[in-house]
Write a protein that binds this ligand. Structure first.
Ligand code: DIG
Ligand code: MN
Ligand code: MN
Length: 387
């Protein structure tokens, strides 16, 4: 078994909708037949994945009867038991049904807001039945094309009402979910509310149960907003709010491509893996992405294998970076200047007085550089495989 062979210990998970993507896009029909949930579980297990995640309707058709629902769940659970695959995360499809065309929790139609709550409670029930402990909320339709349509303050209040209500449901049912909110700046709505990690983090602290709620950031979504994804993830992590993550690839300035992880912006993917691995984050390495529309089913599984393999290759690059003598020496120099993690600054009358009285050798401080060119060149050489 090579260093880059995925195994359940790596905690790779895929949404059913990812390998199940049939290639339909706004300009063309499906190019691949749908892959069943049971086939997905069995094939991903063979490839070394840890589990699958799902929206309610990835497994249960919208018009399924209670008996049909129970039969589908029974068959799916049998495949999970047979393979040992887990379902760490569940979520609700609050964007596919035309009823949600003006949003779900922030629709101007109060009946739609109520239906979205009912649908989410039922989907939370399903997730618990499958063993999920994280519940994701992606507000793909929570937004506008024209600001004439909606009061942005009232929309935030509606969204907060829904989440507070569902936090109470989570408590009342004893489900023990962690809620993970997923930001995205636009698409499918012209503008989506709470568009980035920063917006979403600030919103979490306005909720009745902020401890129950964190984030599910996605690579492509913050990159669509022109942001450095690993900086946003670091802020969520530092706040103890990185409850889940959606890994994929994205070219700047384009629609949400949900490309294979690491297939674009290798350096960005490297620093994300470095952040997750160096911090020993124990969350799921979840891929929310899909293969190119050009592919057949064989290409779907190449996509899945490549996603996990690239993560493991980058994890090895992180180890090489951390062990590289020249890189270590440059980082040690920076640490000696004060870059090392250390004591937090605390105000006391004494420390303030000491700071006021301190003298600085400003000419010397102005003169010395930081060797970042050398440090980044070494980083690039690690990534290019020559170190
Ligand atoms: C899209 O980025 C969203 C939906 O696929 C889903 O609700 C969520 C789960 O990761 N990501
Ligand atoms: Mn996406
Ligand atoms: Mn996502």
């Amino acid at each position: 078994m090579s260093l880059f062979t995925p195994a359940p210990e790596h905690r790779f998970t895929f949404g059913l909708w990812t390998v199940g993507n049939t290639g339909r896009d706004p300009f063309g029909d499906a190019v691949r037949p749908a892959i069943t949930a049971v086939h997905t579980v069995r094939h991903l297990a063979k490839l070394g994945a840890y589990g699958v995640n799902l929206h309610d309707n990835d497994l249960i058709p919208r018009d399924a009867s209670a008996a049909e629902r129970d039969g589908i769940v029974r068959e799916f659970k049998a495949a999970l038991d047979e393979t040992g695959m887990k379902v760490p995360m569940a979520t609700t499809n609050l964007f596919g049904d035309p009823v949600f065309r003006d949003g779900a929790f922030t629709s101007n139609d109060a009946r739609v807001r109520a239906f979205a709550l009912q649908k989410t409670m039922r989907a939370m029930d399903l997730g618990v039945e499958l063993g999920a402990t994280t519940y994701v909320f992606w507000g793909g339709r929570e937004g506008v094309e024209t600001n004439a349509a909606k009061d942005p303050q009232e929309s935030l209040k509606w969204f907060r009402d829904a989440l507070n209500f569902l936090c109470e449901y989570n408590i009342a049912q004893g489900y023990g979910y962690q809620f993970a909110l997923e930001p995205k700046p636009n698409e499918p709505r012209g503008d989506i509310f709470l568009p980035t990690i920063g917006h979403m983090l600030a919103f979490v602290y306005t909720l009745d149960h902020p401890d129950m709620v964190g984030l599910n950031p996605e690579v492509a979504h913050d990159q669509m907003a022109g942001l450095d994804f690993s900086h946003g993830v670091a802020q969520a992590l530092e706040a103890g709010k990185l409850f889940h993550i959606d890994l994929n690839g994205q070219k700047p300035g384009r629609f949400d491509q949900d490309l294979r992880f690491g297939s674009e912006d290798v350096k960005g993917a490297f620093f994300l893996v470095k952040l997750l691995e160096d911090s020993k984050w124990d969350g799921m390495r979840h891929f929310d992405s899909h293969c190119y529309r050009t592919e057949d089913e064989a290409g779907v599984w190449e996509f899945a294998k490549g996603s996990m393999r690239t993560y493991l290759i980058l994890k090895d690059k992180v180890a090489r970076f951390n062990a590289d003598p020249e890189i270590k020496a440059l980082l040690a120099e920076l640490a000696s200047r004060g870059a090392a993690p250390g004591q937090r600054l605390k105000y006391t009358a004494e420390s303030a007085q000491e700071l006021r009285d301190r003298t600085f050798d400003l000419p010397a401080m102005r003169e010395k550089g930081y060797d970042y060119e050398r440090l980044d060149q070494l980083t690039v050489e690690v990534l290019l495989g020559v170190r």
